[in-house]
Design a protein around this ligand. Structure first.
Ligand code: ATP
Length: 344
């Protein structure tokens, strides 16, 4: 018999809709989660807070204090993409949140959906990206007129804990191989330190094969034969670039989910950005955020609801009648969402 705690569960989630296609895909995902949770008596108490230019216009802060407070209280966030201005303007909201809540691990599973024909079938690889350091820390300054410098920060602590995360994951989920991706032939100190830490951690996991590839070669190897990779362990910037590359194996950025994990807080968001070119046109594919929400459901210990969402999503892809344009369909965001709701 289920325990009383398991008869009705309400999860407090900080919901950050973002901008661009963010509000469209978050609306879709919230509707699907609400419907999927109902038969499991799993409900959501959404704490809605936005960030970025929209939030600034309303509150005078790019990340309002109320958003920080909310994440501290709920410790779980579901987040749409927030536009980061290019070349100037405010600092990346994503990077700021990751640093503030020490969400050091960016976990990105890349897997085919059934029924969807893509460039490569049967892809099943994981990118584990360090999420708080590297050139991505955004420490930049003008050293002299006409000379800009950016500081790459790699620490023993940061490298060891992300390597440990990757190896722990591999052990727990019976993954066979980890490739550490680097450019230590050029950045001998920073990427060298990252590799030293990964090698040390690898020694405690003899059952997981450990290999190292240089990042430029990795790009070629991935396109030639992605099946040689199982878990990719890498630094922040390489992970950002390789994630977009790998998303193309399974149908593109509209599909690939992500989780930003720390010890006290987790924020689930798609790999893609705000895609301003298609915003507000009913063209966005909510699958990437929906798959991020499935990761979130597992994180909050709701495997039955996660399975219902996964099943409905897979049914819609297997039928292939109501897919969005980015994956070769003719339907819009709303019709796709309706199809997933109907499949539930
Ligand atoms: P960022 O650097 O902010 O992460 P990005 O480089 O990953 O952004 P995106 O804004 O995600 O770039 O989008 C790149 C292109 O991919 C978009 O122009 C859009 O055409 C497509 N795209 C991204 N996300 C989706 C989606 N959910 N549905 C459909 N197409 C998408």
């Amino acid at each position: 018999m289920p325990s009383p705690d398991h008869t009705a569960r309400t999860h407090r989630i900080t919901l950050i809709p973002g901008d661009g296609i963010g509000p469209e895909v978050t609306d879709a995902v919230v509707a699907i989660l609400e419907a999927a949770g109902r038969p499991e008596a799993c409900t959501f108490d959404w704490h809605l807070h936005n960030a970025g230019a929209d939030a600034f216009a309303k509150t005078g802060e790019y990340i309002p204090k109320a958003l920080y407070d909310s994440l501290e209280q709920t410790s779980v966030g579901l987040k749409g993409p927030v536009t980061t201005p290019i070349g100037g303007g405010f600092a990346s909201i994503n990077v700021t949140l990751r640093k503030k809540f020490d969400l050091f691990s960016n976990f990105r599973p890349i897997k085919n959906l059934p029924g969807l024909e893509t460039r490569y079938p049967n892809i099943d690889l994981i990118i584990v990206r360090e999420n708080t350091e590297d050139l991505y820390a955004g420490i930049e300054y003008m050293a002299a007129p006409g000379v800009a410098q950016s500081i790459k920060v790699i620490t023993e602590k940061g490298s060891t804990r992300i390597a440990k995360f990757a190896f722990d994951y591999a052990r727990k989920h019976s993954r066979k191989r980890i490739h550490a991706i680097h450019k230590a032939n050029i950045m001998k100190l920073t990427d060298g330190l990252f590799l030293d830490c990964a090698r040390k951690v690898a020694q405690s996991f003899p059952e997981v094969e450990y290999k190292e590839h240089i990042v430029d070669n990795t790009c070629m190897q991935l396109v030639l034969n992605p099946y040689q990779y199982d878990v990719i362990l890498t630094e922040n910037l390489y992970g950002d670039i390789l994630s977009d590359l790998c998303s193309a194996f399974v149908g593109g950025l509209g599909l690939v989910p992500g989780a930003n994990l720390g010890t006290a807080c987790a924020v689930f968001e798609a790999v893609h950005g705000s895609a301003p070119d298609i915003a507000g046109k009913d063209l966005a594919n909510p699958t990437a955020l929906l798959q991020s929400a499935i990761l979130m459901l597992h994180h909050i210990d709701e495997p039955a609801t996660a399975a219902r969402v996964q099943g409905a999503l897979e049914r819609v892809y297997t039928e292939g009648k109501t897919l969005t344009r980015d994956v070769g369909g003719k339907s819009g965001t709303r019709a796709f969402t309706e199809a997933v709701l109907a499949a539930l």
